[in-house]
Design a protein around this ligand. Structure first.
Ligand code: SF4
Length: 57
């Protein structure tokens, strides 16, 4: 995932700006954890959203 996000930073930033315009970016997460409860791969979704938001905000 990290390679996907950061291998093309300009494209990733552009995509993140679009999400921000729609109020769908990682900063909108309320940390409820519902997605992690449902995730069959046990991903640290809240942690990833924090990392992505801190990188691209
Ligand atoms: S923890 Fe998951 S389900 Fe809850 S707001 Fe954040 S992304 Fe959405």
């Amino acid at each position: 995932m990290i390679t996907f996000l950061f291998n093309n930073p300009e494209k990733s930033l552009k995509s993140y700006r679009k999400l921000q315009e729609q109020n769908r970016d990682g900063g909108q997460c309320i940390k409820c954890g519902a997605c992690e409860t449902e995730c069959p791969q046990g991903l640290d979704i809240r942690g990833w959203l924090d990392t992505i938001h801190e990188t691209f905000k």
